[in-house]
Design a protein around this ligand. Structure first.
Ligand code: ADP
Length: 396
């Protein structure tokens, strides 16, 4: 019997999954199967995986999320041979609060704790918890492990975790937690393999996906990051605003009379590239339009400017920069946006080779560039699978 680990990454309208074979140490980085259900709760949900392609599916309208999970469960099982079985499920959970800084085996008590963190991340935390509960219901004996996006940042000094609010607020747990931790943790494995000693120096990783953040690492540990108390902070994102003067929020609510829900919706869903461009949250839609649509051009210019500003800030925290790495959807695939960011960082010693950048090479800087610039595919699913395998092996 080959035991498999199913990794689930549950978002508001999609569930991504990946299946890893155990039995080798460390387990293989490539998932033996991966896929997602997209458009959950929308008019045209789809199911796609690396073996069967993508097709339209019908989900139970009353419980679309549970129906999507059941679909993944059934389709993955139908692909298993007689010699394979799902031995555990690893979940990407956004928030571990101030209690969970390492992966944990899920039980009723842990689940209750994680539910109590929903107010800390109301738009991200509930989905993984729904999946966990549903799996407990369907297969109570199946071990489940939670891996937290906040955990990797536990090494940060208190000064990076603090907000300049009254001390009592800090004591109540309102702090900068940081996110995308599974992606940055993966980099702490992949970058030394790729760049050797340099990876232990002063490093900034730019995770530029739908959500986006930067992490400053030194000695392969998180020193500072741009996301803070919530996943709204820091960089401009697909539809999220990033850092914003809180006075603007007060103004919108007090003077323009927007309700709390309206402001929250604006900051999470109607801002960022989507809000400024008025067209789309996706650079693939925006780049072809920028010559003819000034608002689109402004949106992309602001997106780049915010990354450059924050790289400047994190470089100051690190006291210099040895290695800059781009990852996630935009970071891995958009040579155009990488080139724009790097061009504005020439003062810092960033020089890129246009051909290497166009090829999405692992190193895109010139041989004489004082700062090495890399492109690295992230693998949050593998980190979750690896933690799950370790945790369950230690408990066996
Ligand atoms: P998520 O942030 O949802 O985990 P990804 O890291 O895969 O997902 O990022 C997805 C985003 O990456 C897409 O919404 C899209 O905006 C962007 N993206 C993907 N490919 C490209 C590309 N070739 N050029 C520009 N942007 C891209």
């Amino acid at each position: 019997m080959t035991p498999l680990i199913l990794v689930l990454n549950c978002g508001s309208s999609s569930i991504k999954f990946a299946l890893f074979e155990t039995g080798t140490a460390p387990i293989a980085r490539e998932a033996s199967m991966h896929g997602k259900v997209d458009g959950i709760g929308g008019p045209q949900p789809t199911y796609g995986d690396s073996r069967q392609g993508t097709d339209a599916v019908v989900l139970d309208a009353a419980r679309p999320y549970h129906s999507a999970l059941a679909l993944i469960h059934a389709r993955v099982r139908s692909c298993l041979s007689d010699a394979q079985r799902i031995a555990s499920v690893a979940h990407r959970v956004v928030h571990g609060g101030s209690k969970y800084f390492a992966p944990v085996r899920l039980d009723a008590q842990v689940l209750a704790d994680l539910k109590s963190y929903i107010p800390l991340a109301p738009l991200h935390q509930p989905f993984a918890l729904e999946a966990i509960e549903e799996l407990f219901r369907i297969e109570p004996a199946l071990p489940q492990v939670a891996c937290f996006d906040t955990a990797f940042h536990r090494t940060q000094a208190p000064i990076e975790q603090m907000l300049a609010l009254p001390w009592s607020v800090w004591e109540r747990g309102v702090r900068r937690y940081g996110f995308h931790g599974l992606s940055y943790e993966y980099m702490s494995h992949a970058l030394p393999e790729r760049h050797g000693e340099l990876a232990s120096g002063r490093v900034i990783v730019a995770h530029l996906g739908n959500g986006a953040s930067l992490c400053a690492l030194q000695g392969l540990e998180s020193v500072a990051t741009t996301m803070g108390f919530s996943a709204l902070d820091g960089l401009m994102m697909g539809s999220r605003c990033g850092s914003i003067d809180p006075g603007a929020v007060i103004y919108l609510m007090q003077i323009e009379q927007l309700s709390l829900d309206e402001v929250a919706h604006m900051l999470y869903h109607d801002s960022g590239l989507r809000g400024v461009s008025g067209v789309s949250a996706d650079p693939r839609d925006l780049l072809p339009l920028e010559d003819t649509h000034p608002q689109v051009r402004t949106a992309l210019a602001l997106y780049v400017r915010r990354i450059v500003r924050e790289i400047g800030a994190l470089t100051a925290v690190l006291g210099g920069l040895d290695l800059l790495v781009f990852t996630a959807g935009i970071g891995e695939h958009s040579d155009v946006l990488r080139a724009r960011v790097c061009q504005d960082l020439e003062w810092l010693g960033v020089r890129i080779d246009p051909q290497a950048n166009a090829r999405h090479a692992a190193v895109i800087s010139t041989a004489d560039s004082p700062v090495v610039v890399g492109v690295e595919k992230t693998n949050e699913e593998w980190i979750a699978a690896w933690h799950s395998a370790q945790l369950l092996a230690a408990a066996a």
